[in-house]
Design a protein around this ligand. Structure first.
Ligand code: XIL
Length: 322
């Protein structure tokens, strides 16, 4: 019988990882936050601290303070660490003016960045989101500074540079590609091409921000299977669940709980062994600051109080392991 003292204890006895995106300031300043985190989760990922902007105050300097705080916290409490993210079009440094570089200059800059950052955490970070969100919503390649300078090869190069310096599992991560749809088809094609070219990719991260709709869990499972059939691992990397005004079910916390439950079930069915929520407590979520007209309680905790979604995940993980 599994002791149901925490989500973490139940997850650990099931061999499942439950993670959360972590804010470095809260970790330093809010004891309630870090106690909840270390008690309830098995995995941490810095919410922002490993992105290029926060890491690079100027072209020649790095500020690893926040990233180290989150990574070291995870290691201290025997948690695994997901690194997010080496290459993205958002949260690039403010001083980074792409037109001031040649294409070769951008390539060299990105190579040095990946070597330095992934190399620093070589023995500390278990999984890296090497490239985040390379596919646009219509399934085409997203026009980013990296794509403009290097073409689609920027992905191959980025994974290769990460592989030079770390043994971490190397992931491609994206949103809106959770179930089978046009975008996940494009991700599938992109990754099939990379595998054909022997690019060292180990996994696919499905963000699963269920903010305007809830991707069908059966379709998510089917999608996980097709990536696994390529020999890749799949993780749910940024889950949160909110409802648009006017479409909020009366019992929305129960519905939210059911949805979290159904995604964990899909994970257990398919062998996707990690689910990360994009934050810990509702009050710390990015959702209200970024979207208007959505319910503002997308996560598993209301303050430090576990919500129905928390209990639903706990129940499904405990089933079968008792
Ligand atoms: C978000 C953070 O939560 C916010 O604090 C930040 O202001 C913007 O980025 N997809 C991703 C994450 O891959 O990095 C984003 O995180 C949310 C969407």
């Amino acid at each position: 019988m599994t002791a149901r003292t925490s989500l973490r204890s139940v997850a650990e006895s099931r061999g499942f990882d439950v993670g959360a995106a972590v804010d470095a300031d809260l970790l330093r300043n809010d004891a309630g936050y870090w106690k909840l985190l270390r008690r309830e989760f098995t995995t941490v990922t810095p919410e922002n601290a490993l992105k290029m902007g926060p890491l690079r105050p100027s072209p020649d300097t790095y500020d690893f303070g926040d990233a180290d705080a989150v990574v070291n916290f995870g290691l201290e409490y025997d948690m695994t660490v997901r690194g997010h993210t080496l290459v993205w079009h958002n949260q690039t440094p403010e001083w980074f003016e792409e037109w001031a570089y040649t294409d070769d200059g951008i390539e060299g800059f990105l190579r040095d960045h990946i070597h330095t950052v992934a190399g620093r955490y070589r023995d500390k970070i278990d999984v890296w989101d090497v490239v985040n969100e390379a596919i646009a919503d219509d399934g085409s390649m997203r026009e980013t500074v990296w794509y403009d300078a290097m073409g689609e090869a920027y992905l191959d190069e980025a994974f290769g540079w990460a592989d030079d310096v770390t043994d971490a599992d190397l992931y491609y991560n994206d949103y809106g590609a959770d179930g089978i749809n046009e975008k996940s088809d494009a991700v599938y094609d992109l990754i099939t091409g990379m595998l054909d070219r022997d690019v060292p990719i180990d996994g696919v991260g499905l963000q699963l921000h269920a903010l305007h709709d809830e991707p069908d869990p059966g379709s998510v499972a089917e999608n996980v299977y097709r990536f696994e059939d390529l020999g890749l691992d799949v993780q749910i990397t940024e889950m949160d669940v909110a409802y648009p005004e006017g479409e909020v079910p009366e019992d929305h916390r129960e519905q939210q709980a059911q949805y979290y439950r159904s995604i964990v079930e899909a994970c257990l069915d398919t062998g996707c062994e990690t689910l990360v929520t994009w934050g810990v407590r509702d009050g710390d979520s990015w959702v209200p600051g970024w979207f208007s007209g959505l319910t503002d309680d997308p996560l598993l905790f209301d303050g430090s109080t576990p919500k129905p979604a928390y209990h639903a995940i706990m129940d499904v993980l405990a089933e079968g392991s008792d």
